[in-house]
Design a binder for this molecule. Structure first.
Ligand SMILES: [Zn+2]
Length: 85
């Protein structure tokens, strides 16, 4: 695994994407080019921090299939944050 992988296509390293089949890939791994046929065909979109928070709340886990990075840990809400709203 490349340790200092750089995001592809000008994406940001913290961005994570998924498609309609539930495949999760970070910006540094085998993400299709945004707007490409593959991107559109497989309905890729970015997992927003709000999505990640929701997944986390439901006990799910967000981890890149390529490198195993778990961006959910970065944006994961602090337990004290959850009860605020
Ligand atoms: Zn990755």
């Amino acid at each position: 695994m490349a340790k200092n992988a750089t995001p592809r296509f000008g994406l940001k390293a913290h961005q994570v994407f998924w498609n309609e089949r539930g495949s999760i890939v970070c910006a540094c791994c085998h993400i299709p080019y945004p707007g490409s046929d593959t991107w559109i065909w497989e309905r890729w979109e970015e997992i927003t921090p709000a999505d990640m928070a929701e997944i986390d709340r439901q006990g799910g886990r967000v981890a890149c299939e390529g490198c195993g990075k778990e961006p959910g840990r970065i944006v994961r809400l602090d337990p004290s944050e959850r009860t605020k709203r």
